[in-house]
Design a protein around this ligand. Structure first.
Ligand code: PLP
Length: 397
């Protein structure tokens, strides 16, 4: 049998993924499960980093992509194409935004938001260009989104950073007020910090930030790349907090794994002029057909409602584990973005033991596991995952 892992070590760019690569080669996925090249199956509570929200290879997406791939994959954005318009319309109908721009990834959607904020500052706020973001945030790996990200370890290798970002503590409205001045054009936040360890803000934080931004004529921008597409139990994270953004970004679950990013804005914030932004692949018919099928299915079948119910159930079962295992110090999250925190830094060990036992989970921090399964999971799937986790906790006790 081919040793794909040895071949990767020979041909892939040095050690970029050595911190996260696990010794398994995945070859197939269906629903909540994936299979490796030895035929072993895994219950997937990582879902390709919160991407496979409808499960792996959902039939509606297979059908839409198969049809589109045989019809038209890519043309230049000099031409009108139908799936792109259709997806923009559907996103506007189901969100607070009026207009869309499509990119190819989350970081690229955020790059677009950062550029849009600078154009907003130039046009509507006397040349303001600074963006307030939060410590412990994650907004992507391009140069500007690395500067926006509020975690030093992502930034240190890439000094000098793109200027124009001011970081403040998350969940602290007064810090945003103090940091706002005549140079501020936008505030960019995650509705809930996913990569930062599943940190939920106070229920009124986002609405107070929205109010402040509106008073100051500063754009309120939400990075919904991880929290959007049903993950928090509502179609968009902001709906769980009753705070509408002027601008929001999407990627991950939007097209079920076909690469896509989206920048959405309310009319007053959609200030790009012709030629000020663009991309070759962004909004191509293939990605947009996958996005359309995903969003339509999600809305018609109330997938976010299932995420809300299964999230409650999962956290309930995790709290039972906490009662039985003194090493577990916290259970938190919203919808199907949940975390289990330990007293000790055992997450990497737990991830490997779960993997061996047939469950994929993510060690988001050295002492914290993150769970972000497909939003279509059932109670039986949760029970199976909890059974494996409990056996692993007993082994580690
Ligand atoms: N923003 C948030 C909140 C994310 O969680 C991520 C990825 O994890 C990104 C941006 C970057 O998205 P991508 O990896 O598609 O560039």
């Amino acid at each position: 049998m081919t040793d794909w892992q040895a071949l990767e070590r020979a041909y892939f760019m040095s050690s970029l993924y050595t911190k996260v690569r696990l010794p398994v080669t995945l070859v197939r996925g269906e629903g909540v499960r994936v299979w490796d090249d030895q035929g072993k199956s895994y219950l997937d509570f990582v879902a390709g980093w919160a991407v496979a929200n409808l499960g792996h290879c959902p039939p509606v997406v297979i059908e839409a992509v198969s049809k589109q791939v045989a019809t038209l994959i890519q043309v230049s954005n000099q031409f009108f194409t139908i799936p792109q318009v259709h997806l923009a319309m559907l996103l506007a109908q189901h969100s607070c935004a009026d207009r869309a721009f499509f990119a190819n990834s989350g970081a690229e959607a955020n790059e677009g938001a950062i550029k849009l904020a600078r154009r907003y500052g130039a046009r509507k706020r006397d040349g303001a260009y600074e963006i307030i973001t939060a410590f412990n945030s994650f907004h992507g790996r391009t140069l500007a989104t690395t500067a926006a990200t509020g975690q030093r370890h992502f930034q240190d290798p890439y000094e000098p950073l793109v200027p124009g970002f001011v970081h403040v503590p998350y969940n602290d409205i007064d810090a945003i007020k103090s940091a706002t001045n005549e140079k501020t054009c936008a505030v960019l936040l995650e509705p809930l910090q996913g990569e930062g360890g599943v940190i939920t803000p106070d229920s009124d934080y986002l609405s107070r930030v929205a109010e402040w931004c509106s008073e100051q004529n500063v754009l309120f921008m939400l990075d919904e790349i991880q929290t959007g597409m049903g993950r928090l139990g509502t179609l968009w994270g902001y709906q769980s907090f009753g705070a509408e953004p002027d601008v929001m970004t999407l990627a991950k679950g939007l097209a079920s794994g076909v690469p896509i990013g989206a920048l959405l804005a309310k009319e007053h914030a959609a200030v790009f002029a012709a030629g000020e932004h663009g991309t070759t692949f962004g909004g191509n018919p293939l990605a947009c057909a996958a996005g359309l099928a995903t969003l339509q299915y999600m809305v018609e079948n109330d997938v976010p409602g299932n995420a809300a119910r299964m999230g409650e159930y999962l956290r309930g079962r995790l709290r039972e584990l906490k009662e039985r295992h003194s090493d577990v110090s916290d259970v938190r999250g919203m919808g199907l973005l949940c975390a289990l925190e330990f007293e000790r830094e055992v997450a990497a060990d737990a991830v490997r033991r779960c993997l061996a036992a047939g469950l994929l989970v993510n060690g988001v921090k050295p002492n914290t596991l993150r769970f972000m399964p497909p939003l279509v999971i059932t109670e039986a799937d949760v029970d199976e995952a909890i059974g494996i986790l409990e056996r692993v906790l007993i082994e580690m006790d």
